[in-house]
Design a protein around this ligand. Sequence first.
Ligand code: SF4
Ligand code: MG
Length: 324
Amino acid sequence: NEILVEVKNLKKHFFKNKGIIKKHYEITKAVDDVSFYIKKGETLGLVGESGCGKSTTGRTVLRLYEPTAGQILYNGVDIAGMNREQLMPYRKKMQMIFQDPYASLNARMTVADIIGEPMDIHNLAHGHERQEKIFELLDTVGLNKDHAARYPHEFSGGQRQRIGIARSLAVDPEFIICDEPISALDVSIQAQVVNMLEDLQEQRGLTYLFIAHDLSMVKHISDRVGVMYLGSLVEVASSKELYRNPVHPYTQALLSSIPIPDPDIAEASRRIVLEGDVPSPVNPPSGCKFRTRCKYATERCKEEDPILRDIGGEHFVACHLLDK
Ligand code: SF4
Ligand code: MG
């Protein structure tokens, strides 16, 4: 497959002025030199503990945040430095589904206006055509036209997420970032939403970046999975490969923490227990950021940040153990 989205050495640092008299900035390296690609029509899962930078990565790729450095290639065109006007056509191609369907829908707008708003912004449909399109989108996500005049509070969490999905589809996008779209939903509803996202992908040829905080959630929907730790990607591989042959100690630890027995998860990785908390991204450890929690850490890990590299068959790992 062709590559649709490619991120090269992306950085998103947040600066906060902590000085009272003199300027003194605290720098949070939320995304710190991240590179990956997503092929047309596939789903790349992005996983990591909360605060590891996965949402910030998603938002920066969509240019909802200004990148601090790096390239964001969409169909080979770098959008990282584009101004508002230049970005408009890309804003139409790229959409986002948010984690919290309660917070992400404007409570004062009807469902019709929530779904219609992106069409208005991009000047896509008016009057009768606009209304028909809204009804069609409601139908697509398993709701109906009687829902159009209602308000978000009249719906359940799962229904609200469907409304959010309909809104994202209103501009006929090619690429959708799903930022923990099922984390806030009841377990019984999660599979329905995931199945719907998969059907939509097939029908519309969509490409997804699917963000989640644990590996069990992305397993079925992802073609490939990337694992993030403290602003860095530590491993990327096809789902099958990642679950059967996790190489990075952090990926192994994440897999071992999945409580449900899963025959696809390598036996060896089930015994590794992740201890301690994620260090602050304000003052991350030198060298390999995982070293404070890694039982294999050596002197070299303190000094040198391992580079993400292909160990064969598009399986990328960032760890000095590979040199042994
Ligand atoms: Fe552990 Fe060193 Fe590998 Fe980092 S580079 S994961 S500290 S062995
Ligand atoms: Mg998040």
